[in-house]
Write a protein that binds this ligand. Structure first.
Ligand code: 4AD
Ligand code: MG
Length: 455
């Protein structure tokens, strides 16, 4: 008999009859004549209640000894539940023990702290919270592809190993080969020149947009920033659409539409898991997501944003000054306290932005934009790209970047250049936003952060 998933059983309109389920014991309660087993297989948050009669084969030998964490296969009949809270339960006709769990199984019924669960990353997907987080993660990845594919965007795999630092921040991991303990450098470099793990697929993405018009990338990204915050990881996933024949307005429209689409999708597709987050992680979650779904995003220029921050009279750790980057506390004040909604900030000072962003006519600002959401701050960063050959060449010089390194990128401006724009959505920041989970480590299967690459 083939396995039926528990989500399928619990969602059945009528009894599926005699079937087999497999999973891990969450709890077991014994009475004289039978045991109640709560079984979970990760297909949904809810458990299936199994009634195992004391007359079953193997009851005295093994079933009574089952403890939390053990794995079993159960054959039986799905019947209307007599208990409260669930529609269906299973009357077992056979229980096969696949693997007993030792007594020190670390996930017991009491709630555990996120920090503790992180230290057992190999077992935490079996907890209610992490099961829910990683089902939502899977659904959001699917919805991202659907959002772009429905509009005809082409999915491009940009390289993970690269020789260029797109963001110009120098926060890169170097790729080297080894001979014993010795690192091969210089003339012995594997690729003939220094190479790194990508910080962004954007530059490569631009080459494809300048051929296929609308493209997106979705893959792992690496940053060696020594930031010990709850919003930075050394390895994270980024979605980077790039659109030819596109200006900053359409770029902002697309980013906002994408965030809204994903919020709608999670509300519709993951309601059971969201209800769990709303109860145990973040009481205001559902209300906030519905608000974002139903209301337009506010738009404000960087200059206006700085004026609002200065006029607020608020004491910030980092003082607000025109020409400086907005700090996370500034971003959160704007979105949480001032606008009380997601906002898109655009036209940043050129001096604080990378070489590839398009210079505005004022000569001081670039056509950049960030989408900020309550609880997190920046979730999207993007821009219109500099498509004018002479301006781009001047930018490279201003940023002290080597012309030779970027000649392939500059070529796009020599052969049929077009206005184009794109952005990067941090996948984990999105997941924090839609689950209410406060620490980026807790939406990543195996988080990598400074000083920590366990499992
Ligand atoms: O703003 P960023 O650095 O933009 C870029 O990389 C552009 N090349 C994107 C583009 O225009 N194609 O990063 C984009 C997003 C941020 O808004 C944030 O959500 C996320 O990536 N991000 C991080 N997420 C987790 N950990 C980190 N260390 C992150 N750094 C950026
Ligand atoms: Mg940014």
């Amino acid at each position: 008999m083939s396995r039926t998933s528990i989500v399928k059983v619990l969602k059945s309109e009528s009894s599926p009859g005699k079937i087999q389920v497999k999973g891990w014991v969450r709890t077991k309660r014994d009475s004289k004549a039978f045991s109640f087993i709560e079984l979970n297989d990760g297909s949904c948050l809810a458990n299936l209640q199994i009634v195992a009669d004391a007359t079953l084969d193997g009851y005295e030998e093994s079933i009574v000894y089952l403890t939390t964490g053990a794995s079993i296969a159960v054959t039986g009949n799905v019947v209307e539940s007599q208990g409260k809270g669930q529609r269906w339960e299973m009357q077992a006709t056979a229980v096969e023990v696949l693997g007993m769990a030792e007594e020190d199984f670390p996930l017991q019924k009491k709630g555990h702290s996120m920090e503790f669960l992180r230290s057992i990353a190999h077992l935490r997907p079996r907890s209610n919270l992490f099961g829910a987080v990683f089902r939502v993660r899977s659904r959001m990845a699917f919805a991202i592809h659907q959002f772009f594919q429905d509009q005809g965007f082409v999915y491009v795999h940009t390289p993970i190993i690269t020789a260029s630092d797109c963001e110009g921040a120098g926060e890169m991991f170097r790729v080297v080969t080894m001979d014993g303990d010795e690192i091969k450098m210089g003339d012995e470099e594997f690729f003939g020149k220094p190479s790194y793990l990508t910080v962004s697929g954007q530059l490569e993405g631009e080459t494809f947009a300048c051929a296929l018009s609308d493209i997106y990338t979705f893959g792992p990204t690496f940053r060696a920033e020594n930031s010990h915050t709850s919003r930075h990881a050394s390895e994270f996933w980024m979605i980077e659409p790039e659109m030819a024949f596109c200006d900053l307005d359409r770029d902002m429209d697309t980013a906002e539409a994408m965030v809204k689409y994903l919020v709608c999708d999670v509300l519709e597709s993951c309601s059971e898991d969201l209800a769990f987050f709303g109860k145990f992680v973040d009481k205001g979650l559902i209300e906030r997501l519905e608000f974002v779904r139903d209301r337009p995003f506010e738009r404000v220029s960087y200059t206006e944003a700085v004026e609002i921050l200065i006029a607020s009279g608020q004491e910030f750790v980092y003082p607000v000054e025109y020409g400086h980057n907005l700090q996370s506390e500034h971003e959160r004040y704007l979105t949480e306290t001032h606008f009380k909604s997601p906002i898109t900030v655009y036209n940043y000072p050129a001096d604080i932005k990378p070489f590839y962003m398009r210079k505005n006519d004022d000569g001081k600002t670039v056509a950049a934009m960030d989408v900020l959401v309550p609880g997190i701050g920046e979730i999207v960063g993007g821009s219109q790209r500099e498509e004018r050959l002479d301006v781009l060449q001047a930018n490279l010089e201003e940023h002290d970047l080597s012309k030779e390194e970027y000649d392939w990128y500059v070529d796009l401006r020599r052969f049929g250049t077009v206005p184009h724009a794109g952005f990067g959505l941090g996948f984990e920041r999105l997941l924090m936003f839609v689950t209410g989970v406060h620490n980026i480590r807790d939406v990543i299967p195996f988080p990598r952060t400074p000083g920590s690459a366990d499992f």
